[in-house]
Design a protein around this ligand. Sequence first.
Ligand code: GDP
Ligand code: MN
Length: 397
Amino acid sequence: MNIHEYQAKALLASYGAPVSDGRAVLKAEDAKTAAGEMDGPLWVVKAQIHAGGRGKGKFKEADAGDAGGVRLTKSAVEAAEEAKKMLGRTLVTHQTGPAGKQVNRIYIEDGSGIETEMYLALLVDRQTSRIGFVVSTEGGMDIEEVAEKTPEKILNFTVDPATGYQAYHGRRVAFALGLEGQQVKQCVKLMGQLYKAFTEKDMEMLEINPLIITDEGSLKVLDAKVAFDGNAVYRHADIAALRDETEEDPKELAASKFDLNYIALDGEIGCMVNGAGLAMATMDIIKLYGAEPANFLDVGGGATKEKVTEAFKIITSDPQVKGILVNIFGGIMRCDVIAEGVVAAVKDVGLQVPLVVRLEGTNVEEGKAIINNSDVDVIAADDLKDGAEKIVKAVKG
Ligand code: GDP
Ligand code: MN
């Protein structure tokens, strides 16, 4: 689960990390008041979307101006004007994809004088099952580019969970960043605060790009991107409350409400499968026969008729879907329940695209009978290969 920059900064600040004073606003009218509460001489106006690269981004609408999603202004009035230009407009960055993301929130921040921009990230290192630090002097730019062109400028190390964070880890970061004197102390403290926040809140990734040295010589978190482990959010009511559903794919959001494992993809064949492994195999075989899956969907082992209906609604709400392949292996799940769900869903949703159903396993004959005796338009398939061939043929002719 992702959160906005301003939320991440407030969370890190609660652990003692140094961040600038700032206000998040939803409406242009509030921007002036918010900006007026800061002293200047610099006001930074930042689009809040769940994507990075905002500074170098471009707005789709001409009236948003030529500047990107991070704007430096010299007065509270000017800050409010820039906020107004960005609100409701669509920002395209290298992380949003060409469709971009609508800006519904603006963060107005007391601007910092910057001496140096650096890069810092904490993440879960799956190879060592530890929390890792990624540190670089090359801040403010794409870390992927630094990794490709000048990998020697990136320091990686992991923290042994048996000892947890120790001061020497912080000194290692400070040394890699070329910090001196008081900054080393600050760095040791800050790294400890970040590590604590990371572990206590079950983060998956915490990226600070840039971490800066201000013109007054102290460290500050200037940008913050946080992703939490979705499987652990139930343990943190405070984090769950930060979820901004407007930033999520509506189909994935609906699926999560019905406990369906759904991931939206770019293809034209919607698929509904039980079991993650079978869902992957189904996607593979669709590709093998020359088409692309529109989604990954595992309805789970104990899907009810209601769940199947919801799954169908989600699949058909995607305008890119030109055909649907249902592939169910009835184990715990009974084929007749699925068949009932499919028939009910088709009637409910009013299916406009071809539908191929392959059922196998427990109560398969009852299931097939339900489909055959219904008046819905279904193409029956005998096995996975047959199902994939039939749906691709139905869609591509
Ligand atoms: P991103 O483009 O989405 O990563 O947004 P950032 O928050 O990282 O901002 C992009 C860039 O804007 C930073 O790398 C800085 O160069 C600049 N910037 C952001 N905040 C400030 C600020 O308070 N003062 C100054 N001088 N520059 C800033
Ligand atoms: Mn950044």
